[in-house]
Design a binder for this molecule. Sequence first.
Ligand code: CTP
Length: 405
Amino acid sequence: MHKLAGKKILLGITGGIAAYKSALLCRELKRLGADVRVIMTVAATHFITPLTLQALSGHTVHCDLFEAESDHGMGHIELARWADLVIIAPASANTIAKLAHGQADDLLTTTVLACDKPLSLAPAMNSLMWQHLATQANIQLLISRGVTVLGPAEGEQACGEQGPGRMLEAEQIAEHLQQQLNQELLAGKKVVVTAGPTWEAIDPVRGLTNHSSGKMGYELASALRDAGASITLISGPTALSPPAGVDYINITSAKEMTDAVMANVPSCDIFIGVAAVADYRPVSPAQQKIKKDADSLSIELVRNPDILAMVAALDDAPFTVGFAAETEKVVENAQKKLTAKGIHMIAANPVSGKNSAFNADSNELTLIDRDGISHLSRCSKPLLAQKLTKEIAQRYYETYPAKDS
Ligand code: CTP
């Protein structure tokens, strides 16, 4: 019965009549074995008392951003670090707007901003407030960043309106959280991910590279981490900060990426090549900056190793996933790469025209494996990364059934 045993859930309560249901939610989460700590906004305390939540959670309830931390032993940073997951129920229109825009003017919004754990919201408000374009735009913004929105339900509201805006029932929210926390699909698995472009030196100041931003690879590394895997992210030069909680190896050239991959791949279960690896490098980069003395200049290039194919050819090869960046005949070309590289699965995306994946915040993928083709429709890269993680995990366990624990 203790499906949430050992899980640490931070329950945020904002101001709204549905706050009374949060008491039931707190009790339900405790019944399922979770350790629950509660943050209430000042508005929430007008609807339900901190004492009620303290009695139900067994912990002091946090309300004040400026409370002396020594009193309770936990400030916003500690609470953010402590939690495995944050649920805000009810989430008012005001708090949703603040979260969407990164405002942090109370303990709850400050804690959420300092927290990189999964965030779920159970909105509750008057149906017209919910349907207002401003609220809907804020919700879409949060969803595009990977926030899970639970409900709201339709029905009669405390204010007398009919329509969407009722908070989900405590049991329904607890059920969602269970699913979310038990999505540890890849617990105990080691995954090596490559990301970003490579840079092949022509001379000390110039090089050959490409438009890869690294976003998809970094998002995928985060999603795999959230699914319980330990991640080694081997990245070429990007403007991104490495995701928290992953082993990060920064390289420049394809040769360096090859060495880093070959050093890390023997102990891994899954290898995913998201990097846009340069296929060729200058044979002998100039030691000094090349001067523009000649009217024309030829640079001789030599093929780089194909990292993905090398990994797939290993005796004890991991489950191997490639990406195919294509400007035309996306599926056909990706299918050829799947076979030529001897890999288990390939995710193909267009990299030309208005739907180019390069440098974009959204993407779509066609997944091809030895059994067929499926499609993940266009959405934000964080969301796409979550969906792709599930697809990869499913195929990994199908390929290596003995490794399913
Ligand atoms: N890849 C790799 N090593 C290389 C080149 C590519 O590991 N030297 C991997 C990429 O990380 C990606 C997949 O191979 O997962 C396909 O990359 P892509 O550039 O689309 O294809 P290429 O194999 O380079 O073929 P082409 O450039 O001819 O389309």
